[in-house]
Design a protein around this ligand. Structure first.
Ligand SMILES: C[S@@+](CC[C@H](N)C(=O)[O-])C[C@H]1O[C@@H](n2cnc3c(N)ncnc32)[C@H](O)[C@@H]1O
Length: 296
């Protein structure tokens, strides 16, 4: 199949297509972040990068089978609740998805965004994409809470999921460099609490929270360095999760983002999709677009 991926990031969509056994002939990616592009090209050198979505003319992509994208969610997300401008802030790039969808007229599409958006934003998106979203929390597949909406015309094979019992303990690396550990003081609440400790560091409350390894990870988000990475209590000490642990929490192969700085790795992974969720949604297309060479 031919795929057009808007806001492609580190191409988690391409990992999912591979995992679903779908044959990809051409994969066009619209992305402007040079570090995300670097990761994509390292893993999928034949990706055709087409740059800024605002300059993409969908009329040139009439041969597309699948259009995918999750536009920047900053102004839709509840984490920005004090100042959120909904679809008219940074998240207005959503309208570019609608424009390219109408111009290119692909057979299938998939649009993703945060579940914490307002009912009004959800309604506008549903009206423009002409379907209602399905709600999936990544915790049905991986050791991370990540509630998201998905709008798609791909026929779903299953919408109810068995409980996935994976928790942070199952994905932690056995040997972690000392640089990830904290030596500051902290208040311990008990490993039976999802937030099991509070660090004595400066900054917003959310940055001080340490996740119990017996629970799912809280939602990974974009990172600005400093102490913005998610933390875990490991071997009786608080520490940051490592980039490889971030990758595992999004269903990516270990070291998928290796080659850029730790901060960029956290950011691009935190912005990304959970591969297993996307695989689940698109596997309805696997029979039609089977990768004959890779199917045993
Ligand atoms: C929520 S992330 C999507 C991540 C992607 N789904 C993945 O799996 O990695 C949004 C992405 O949109 C990109 N972006 C922002 N403005 C853009 C633009 N004008 N054109 C193309 N991509 C843009 C950002 O750099 C970011 O990688």
């Amino acid at each position: 199949m031919n795929v057009l991926s808007l806001f492609d990031g580190i191409s988690c969509g391409q990992v999912a297509l591979n995992k679903a056994g779908i044959k990809v002939d051409k994969y066009y990616a619209s992305e402007i972040d040079k570090y995300a592009i670097q990761v994509t090209q390292k893993n999928y050198p034949s990706t055709i990068q087409i740059g800024d979505v605002e300059k993409v003319n969908g009329n040139h992509y009439k041969n597309i089978d699948l259009l995918i994208g999750g536009s920047p969610c900053q102004s839709l997300s509840i984490t920005q609740s004090q100042i959120r401008q909904n679809l008219f802030g940074k998240s207005k790039l959503f309208f570019e998805f609608v424009r390219v969808l109408n111009e290119s007229q692909p057979k299938y599409f998939l649009f993703e965004n945060v579940a914490s958006m307002t009912e009004e934003s959800k309604h506008i998106i549903s009206e423009l994409l002409k379907c209602k979203p399905i709600f999936i929390n990544s915790n049905a597949f991986v050791a991370q809470d990540r509630p998201r909406y998905y709008w798609t015309n791909i026929p779903l094979t299953q919408s109810q999921f068995d409980e996935c019992t994976l928790c942070l303990n199952d994905i932690l690396e056995p040997y972690v460099d000392e640089k990830y550990f904290y030596n500051c003081g902290y208040d311990f609440k008990g490993l039976d609490k999802s937030v099991c400790a509070i660090l004595h560091i400066k900054g917003h409350d959310i940055l001080k929270r340490v996740n119990s390894p017996n629970f799912k990870s809280h939602t990974l988000t974009t990172c600005m360095g400093g102490n913005t990475q998610k933390k875990v209590f490991d071997k009786n000490r608080p520490r940051k999760l490592t980039p490889i642990e971030y990758e595992r929490l999004q269903g990516l192969p270990d070291n998928y983002t290796y080659g850029i700085s730790d901060t960029r790795r956290y950011t691009t992974i935190g912005n990304g999709w959970t591969v297993d969720v996307i695989t689940h949604i698109i596997k309805g297309l696997a029979e039609i677009y089977k990768d004959v060479e890779n199917v045993g």
